[in-house]
Design a binder for this molecule. Structure first.
Ligand code: FES
Length: 110
């Protein structure tokens, strides 16, 4: 079962920026593109677990700060020739607020 958690004001993330939401199932990185699209991925690069939230957002991709894997924000997949996938989370914007889909048993930590 899924619940939609309010994780804050969409404008709190600048264009081409990101933030981290801490849950009891791990950190989730929230990204905003230059055209105000929002995406949520586990904050773990599929290569060696680097913090994707600290990467550079460009277009609909983020480049990992550790070894430069490029990750598609919509799917979490690494761009070839690299391989791997960061888990993607459903996210929507309602009335200027970000809502993250989480399993009912997950919990956002303060
Ligand atoms: S940990 Fe992300 S590219 Fe290596």
């Amino acid at each position: 079962m899924t619940d939609w958690l309010d994780i804050g004001d969409a404008d709190s993330i600048p264009p081409l920026g990101s933030r981290v939401v801490r849950t009891n199932r791990g950190d989730i990185a929230i990204f905003r593109t230059s055209d105000d699209q929002y995406f949520a991925l586990d904050d773990r690069c599929p290569h060696r677990g680097g913090p994707l939230s600290q990467g550079i957002v460009h277009g609909r991709r983020v480049t990992c700060p550790l070894h430069n894997f490029v990750i598609e924000l919509e799917s979490g997949r690494a761009v070839a020739p690299d391989e791997g996938c960061a888990h993607r989370h459903e996210l929507r914007v309602e009335g200027g607020r970000l809502r993250l889909a989480v399993a009912v048993r997950s919990r956002v930590e303060p």
